[in-house]
Design a protein around this ligand. Structure first.
Ligand SMILES: *Cc1c(COP(=O)(O)O)cnc(C)c1O
Length: 372
């Protein structure tokens, strides 16, 4: 993602606190020990910038990184030292095995054909190659199903040339600690694992780290919690907030009883109101489903977002704020410690993951804290 390099010219400022990400990593690593703690960096580190986040986590001691796609791995590789492993969750697209070895990327093998392709590539190179194998323990999304595992094991030399680093799976309901699916998937994972050659295992995402040691195995794979998202809804969020999004006031105006605001006139004033227009819209990932229900923090006060969200702007009712504090160029908080990502997501009827991964490329991006 090409970030806007112009702080004064941009409509909004996105600040990413690398120290908070590092503190979150330390907390997760301590919770999961003695298991190793990786970092999931897919979708440009959940929208926060994989190059900067990866460098900071490497400095914090992280040596295992996950991305979703091959091109994400190729983009991340130059930002990490050679002793950092980069695993590609989706595995090799057909005939791309050579790109994995060229860029020192390790595939997650999700199917018998992917395993066969990796084996053939190892054979062609005449050396053994690292891989993770993913099995499906009940989510029906990625990985070999139990019957496919059996078919794979029945192939002669099924692991020839493959150094199996981990067998992994993924949980569907880990954010709800008492959902019975968690224990069911754990049992299925253990059963599949018992049929494979002995090797380390990995099951837990952010939420599952908080399900207890049974779920930790040898490597945990947090993403969301690193970036400040609450790992489950059952308890207070132990993670530090990472993101601050500040929009800029473009204009202010006074409207009278009966005046309308925005597309389709979805807000009508019942009395005199002060309106501030702020330069963030749905094209910046400020989800349109928050029309008439969003909030912003202006000068420390929560104010309602009124009317429909436009492509490039929103409108706030700032009647509660002294006008001297809301002028063109004033900054207002849209995401901050008092109104974190999960609260924004709640208003938008979605999850924090979607709010973060939608953060726009028009924002000026600033990183605070120790990058190295
Ligand atoms: C995205 C992902 C993770 C990280 O999940 P979080 O809920 O963000 O911690 C871990 N493992 C797999 C396979 C994933 O796709």
């Amino acid at each position: 993602m090409s970030a806007n390099p112009h702080k004064n010219r941009s409509g909004a400022i996105l600040t990413v606190d690398l120290d908070a990400i590092r503190a979150n990593y330390r907390l997760l690593r301590e919770r999961a020990a003695p298991a190793l703690c990786s970092a999931v960096m897919k979708s440009d580190a959940y929208g926060l910038g994989a190059a900067m986040v990866g460098g900071a986590l490497y400095a914090e001691g992280c040596r295992h990184f996950f991305v979703a796609h091959l091109d994400e791995g190729i983009a991340l590789r130059p930002h990490l030292a050679p002793d950092a492993a980069i695993y590609v969750l989706h595995g090799p697209p057909p005939a791309t095995e050579a790109e994995f070895t060229e860029h020192a990327l390790t595939p997650v093998l999700n199917s018998v054909p992917q395993a066969a392709g990796w084996r053939a590539h190892a054979g062609a190179l005449g050396r053994s190659l690292d891989a993770i194998v993913q099995v499906d323990s009940g989510m029906s999304r990625m990985g070999m199903e139990p019957a496919e595992v059996d078919a794979w094991l029945a192939e002669p030399g099924f692991l020839d040339g493959i150094r199996l680093l981990y067998v992994m799976s993924h949980l569907a309901c880990a954010d709800v600690p008492d959902n019975p699916m968690n224990a069911l998937q754990l049992a299925r994972f253990q059963a599949i694992r018992a049929r494979l050659p002995a090797c380390p295992a990995s099951l837990a995402n952010s939420s599952a780290i908080f399900l207890g040691a049974d779920y930790h195995f040898d490597l945990v794979r947090p993403g969301a919690a690193l970036y400040g998202i609450a790992p489950n809804s059952a308890s207070d969020n132990p993670m530090r907030p990472v993101v601050r999004l500040q929009g800029k006031v473009l204009q202010t105006r006074t409207i009278e009883r009966g005046d309308h605001v925005g597309y389709s006139l979805r807000y009508t004033a019942s009395e005199t109101r002060q309106v501030a227009t702020v330069s963030v819209g749905y094209a910046d990932g400020w989800l349109r489903s928050m029309s008439n229900i969003g909030v912003a923090i202006v000068d420390g006060v929560r104010v309602p977002q009124i009317g429909a969200i436009s492509m490039d702007s929103i409108t706030l009712d700032v009647s509660a704020i002294p006008s001297a504090r809301v002028q063109p160029g004033s900054l207002v908080d849209l995401i901050c410690a008092e109104h974190p990502v999960d609260a924004v997501a709640g208003l938008a009827n979605t999850i924090g993951y979607e709010v973060l991964t939608n953060l726009g490329s028009r924002y000026y991006r600033e990183y605070t804290g120790a990058a190295r």
